[in-house]
Write a protein that binds this ligand. Structure first.
Ligand code: G6P
Length: 607
């Protein structure tokens, strides 16, 4: 799973490739590399680790050429070493690849029997040898690529350059996204429009099975059968500007603090504050009529969906099923006629979520998605898209995308409740009022940053941390645990408060912090019992609640974080903020790479 870029033009290409790769590091940062044509010969520079290592290498050992390809890697097959870094190359061809060639072992064995010598542990290297083999049989580059691609199983987006051919670059896609960028005397290939935004805003997304021949001024697109086809060229609104950290130390910190503004922007687009009514764009299907709403997503986006299940069921009386996208499609669950499938994704490129969407489409479901990147594959393949207006999220651990997803989901719940006659106009008005108060409440919670940092010192000492929540804050316990483990590397588990006694309670001793998300309200008393159970076993409670809850149970807690009193409806959005800050400060104290934690990637484009 990786980011790829290709540029064919007349300007020195290495700095341009680095610029594009900077914007693709969210897809992986295990290694990076570029290949260019230097007087017709393939030259390469590759480096382990983050992109700055490659930039340093190129500064020490410059590479010339006006045609080139680049890659940033999230290792799947083969360790994250320089030898395994893309581009992979022979003396005739260089290749960058995003995806997984699933039959690479068979192909590799066949090629080795034919005398090919492999230099890497990657799946991608078979593509180089296959194309080289065909070129050696006097095929044209186009024929050689067509023959090679026909042998590949799995998912791929490829960008390929050929020794001696300054006038040609070939791209191909199946399963993984690939976009063409149209410049002025320069043409581009990229995993997404974001990578190409510094160069052009004229973008064409290749469709499944397409491949393309690029020259400096033109692109010829072929479909899977080889026929020349026309694909739409779209203007993207993405900015080419580099996004900075401003006054903040990390992108994650900046993104946490942007939440009052971006939740406000998202609400502004969906709620009429005067009429206290949700106004969604027109839907091509009836929101009131679905026998079931099926939600699929991954990671943090999945937890947003879990919160929404409580909302849809309680407020809209809409039956909901939810599953992580990587499981959903393989369960082959029967989907009811007229069902709506909802997909939630920050990037809109997560391959498991996209595959689940395609499965639902095959089953005749209506496809609704909530995405942050409107140019993404999931957005393009949906019947309706509700955007989160979080702006670019750079930190690998999702924060503002999550709370804006919750904001959109809360609005969708209200719209669906109205369509299903499940709420009165007064209830809708009250829910809208609660929502419009969220940005100010989030800003107020952010004022507790210094106090939360002190509590993070306590968590930073722990080996394991348990998070508890009940009802719609149960998914926030899961999200809090995920945030902590992904950026601080402390093992953490989220648990439904009522389920603790069925297992996790055995872990509790004096060394074991338990973070409890417990807004006062109808479920508080039950969670209060669980807090007492933890305290009775010597566990140290960090209680996140409001004045009333802390008044009742604060004595059982080692630390408390007091949030403003709010309507229980919006509690999950607000309780997300302290768990983000706890994770952030714990990671900073532990000295981890907050924005790019080890082994992770922002967008996971392999299954
Ligand atoms: C990765 C990211 C998570 C994200 C998940 C789903 O694991 O590190 O932060 O929640 O992918 O990504 P999506 O873009 O589909 O929301």
């Amino acid at each position: 799973m990786c980011g790829i870029i290709g540029i064919i033009g007349t300007n020195p290409v290495a700095p341009l490739l680095l610029k594009g790769l900077e914007r693709l590091e969210y897809r992986g940062y295990d290694s990076a590399g570029i290949a260019t044509l230097d007087n017709g010969r393939i030259g390469r520079r590759r480096a382990e680790g983050k992109l700055f290592n490659l930039a340093d290498l190129i500064a020490r050992e410059p590479i010339v050429g006006t045609v080139g390809i680049g890659h940033t890697r999230w290792a799947t097959h083969g360790r994250p070493t320089e030898a395994n870094a893309h581009p992979h190359a022979s003396d005739r061809v260089a290749v960058v690849h995003n995806g997984i060639i699933e039959n690479f072992r068979d192909l590799r064995a066949e090629l080795v029997r034919g005398g090919h010598i492999f230099e890497t542990e990657t799946d991608t290297e078979v593509v180089v040898h296959l194309i080289t083999e065909h070129l050696n049989q006097q095929m044209s580059p186009r024929e050689a690529v067509a023959e090679a691609v026909a042998r590949l199983e799995g998912a791929f987006a490829l960008a390929i350059i050929f020794a001696g051919r300054h006038d040609l670059m070939i791209g191909a896609r199946r399963g993984s996204p690939l976009a063409i960028g149209y410049g002025d005397g320069e043409m581009y290939l990229g995993s997404d429009a974001l990578a190409l935004a510094p160069f052009t805003n004229r973008i064409c997304y290749l469709e499944e099975g397409d491949w393309v021949e690029l020259g400096q001024d033109a692109a010829t697109v072929h479909d899977a059968s080889g026929a020349v086809v026309t694909r739409d060229i779209k203007q993207t609104a993405l900015s080419g500007a580099i996004i900075g950290k401003g006054q903040y130390r990390h992108f994650m910190q900046k993104e946490i603090f942007e939440q009052p503004a971006v939740i406000g922007d998202t609400l502004h687009a969906l709620v009429d504050p005067l009429r206290r009514r949700v106004e969604l764009p027109d839907f091509p299907f009836d929101l009131s009529a679905a026998p079931r709403l099926t939600i699929s997503a991954c990671g943090t986006s999945f937890y947003a969906g879990m919160v929404a299940k409580y909302w849809f069921e309680q407020i809209a009386r809409q039956p909901v099923e939810i599953d992580i996208a990587s499981e959903f499609r393989y369960r082959e669950a029967p989907l009811p006629e007229g069902g709506i499938n909802l997909f939630i994704s920050q990037s809109g490129e997560t391959i498991d979520t996209l595959a689940a969407l395609r499965y639902a489409r095959e089953q005749g479901q209506k496809i609704l998605s909530i995405v942050n990147v409107l140019e993404s594959a999931i957005a393009r393949e949906s019947d309706v898209v509700l955007p989160t207006l979080a702006g670019p999220e750079i930190g690998v651990a999702s924060t503002k995308a999550f709370t804006t997803q919750l904001t959109v989901l809360a609005c969708l719940t209200i719209a669906m409740a109205r369509a299903r006659d499940a709420v009165s106009a007064e209830t809708e008005a009250a829910l809208c009022t609660a929502l419009t108060e969220v940005p100010a409440c989030v800003a107020e919670i952010l004022n507790h940053d210094t106090a939360i940092r002190k509590i993070a010192h306590f968590l930073a000492e722990a080996r394991d941390v348990l998070y508890l929540g009940r009802g719609s804050t149960y998914p926030i316990a899961l999200e809090g645990a995920l945030k902590l483990k992904e950026i601080s590397y402390i093992h953490a588990e989220g648990c439904a408060a009522g389920e603790m006694k069925h297992g996790p309670i055995a872990l509790i001793d004096e060394t074991f912090p338990v973070v409890v998300c417990a807004p006062s309200g109808p479920l508080f008393e039950k969670t209060a019992s669980n807090i007492a159970e933890v305290a009775a076993r010597g566990g140290s409670v960090v209680l996140i609640s409001d004045k009333e809850g802390i008044g009742k149970m604060g004595d059982y807690a080692e630390h408390t974080i007091e949030l403003p009193p709010i309507d229980p409806f919006v509690a999950p959005i607000l309780y997300a903020i302290p768990v983000q800050l706890l994770a952030y400060h714990t990671a900073v104290i532990k000295g981890t790479e907050v924005d790019q934690p080890r082994n992770l990637a922002k967008s996971v484009t392999v299954e």
